[in-house]
Design a protein around this ligand. Structure first.
Ligand code: FAD
Ligand code: NAP
Length: 321
């Protein structure tokens, strides 16, 4: 078990955490980034990224995150393979965090960039059949459904992208949505509706995932019509749940002010309710949730962190005179 000290401790290695690290390292704060269970964050489970500025051609999410990490390391960031399991914020700076390795981390400022995780429906059969037909990541698991009939549940950008991606593996993809309109961007909707391998079932919710985890896995979904309550069965071998993400904030419950599960920040800033603790990216943003906004707020967190330390050091210098 080791003790690591830094001026800037960053929890999370998605676009927010790595952007904070790039700015923090260039400002001489010698950041440490604790990467967590998903090094590189959510973009590592997608393929095409078409809206991150600076690239005329389509780029791949995992590649973009490797480049961000390489840039952060190049300017002096230390990357740690660890997951934070406990934080001590109440005592003020330096803030203490404990990793599941047993290592302790101390940061004069703390930047929280823990992002978000996939939500599950919570319907019967979902958990038992997870990995046996049920998944929350088409790009991770789509390959296993080559030539099979698959469903995607949800109506946002993720669901539409998952459905489009699955056509690389399956000729029979059905998007199942609980309403009669999608919330996905228009350009994605246009591609979905035009795709010959994709059908859409409107106004249905998944009541149960059917099948035997010990014998063959998923065989279908029990659906309820959200308008008239009638029941039907949809046969499929794969079901991809794509109903959004929840912020990863359990570590901070009761320690920082929250807003509907997201970390509350002073409007227009990454400042949390505790001075010296900053939050950036999807963990504090329930509206935009994009790689570029995560990177932008990561930059803001680093700039405000630097200002916090400079002001504190100035005040300490004044007091010493
Ligand atoms: P995340 O990317 O969620 O990263 C969170 C990080 O925190 C991870 O590294 C994780 O390991 C770490 N972490 C969590 N808990 C701990 C802990 N306890 N200890 C240590 N580390 C921890 N956006 C776009 O702009 N364009 C797209 O094309 C696009 N496609 C997407 C496709 C999919 C399938 C998904 C799910 C999202 C997509 N997004 C896209 C959204 C984008 O990925 C997110 O907005 C962005 O990744 C958020 O960045 P973040 O750094 O805030 O958090
Ligand atoms: P989202 O935008 O929150 O959409 C979630 C979808 O799932 C909605 O259609 C919602 O239905 C449905 N849903 C939620 N709970 C459900 C439940 N219990 N049962 C059935 N359906 C349920 O989530 P997302 O699609 O994961 O996107 C998250 C963020 O990442 C967004 O900001 C998005 O723009 C961004 N993102 C961007 C890209 C891109 O830019 N290419 C790609 C992926 C994601 P309702 O519509 O009825 O609420």
């Amino acid at each position: 078990m080791a003790i690591h000290k830094t001026r800037m401790l960053i929890i999370g290695s998605g676009p927010a955490g790595l952007s904070a690290a790039i700015y923090g390292a260039r400002a001489g704060m010698e950041p440490i980034v604790v990467q967590g269970l998903q090094p590189g964050g959510q973009l590592t489970i997608t393929t095409d990224v078409e809206n991150y500025p600076g690239f005329r051609d389509v780029i791949q999410g995992p590649w973009l995150m490797q480049e961000m990490e390489a840039q952060a390391v190049h300017v002096g960031t230390r990357m740690m393979w660890d997951t934070i399991v406990e934080v001590d914020i109440a005592g003020g700076s330096p803030f203490r965090a404990i990793g599941d390795s047993g290592d302790e981390y101390f940061g004069d400022v703390l930047v929280i960039a823990t992002g978000a995780q996939a939500k599950w429906l919570g319907a019967p059969g979902e958990e038992a059949l997870s990995g046996k037909g049920v998944s929350a990541c088409a790009t991770c698991d789509g390959f296993f459904y080559r030539g099979k009939k698959v469903a995607v549940i949800g109506g946002g950008n993720t669901a539409v992208e998952e459905a489009l991606y699955l056509t690389n593996h399956s000729d029979d993809v059905t998007l199942i949505h609980r309403r009669d309109e999608l919330r996905a961007e228009r350009i994605l909707q246009d591609r979905l509706f035009a795709h010959p391998k994709i059908s859409v079932i409107w106004n249905r919710r998944v009541e149960e995932f059917l099948g035997d985890p010990a014998a063959g896995g998923l065989t279908g979904l029990r659906l309820i019509d959200t308008q008239d309550g009638s029941e039907s069965t949809f046969e499929c071998q794969g079901a991809f749940v794509a109903i959004g993400h929840a912020p990863a904030t359990e570590l901070f419950t009761g320690k920082l002010a929250m807003d509907g599960g997201y970390i509350l920040v002073e409007p227009g800033t990454p400042k949390t309710s505790v001075p010296g603790v900053f939050a950036c990216g999807d963990v504090m943003d329930h509206i935009y949730r994009q790689a570029v906004t995560a990177a932008g707020t990561g930059c803001m967190a680093a700039l405000d962190a630097e200002r916090f330390l400079a002001e504190r050091e100035f005040a300490q210098g004044e007091a010493a005179e």
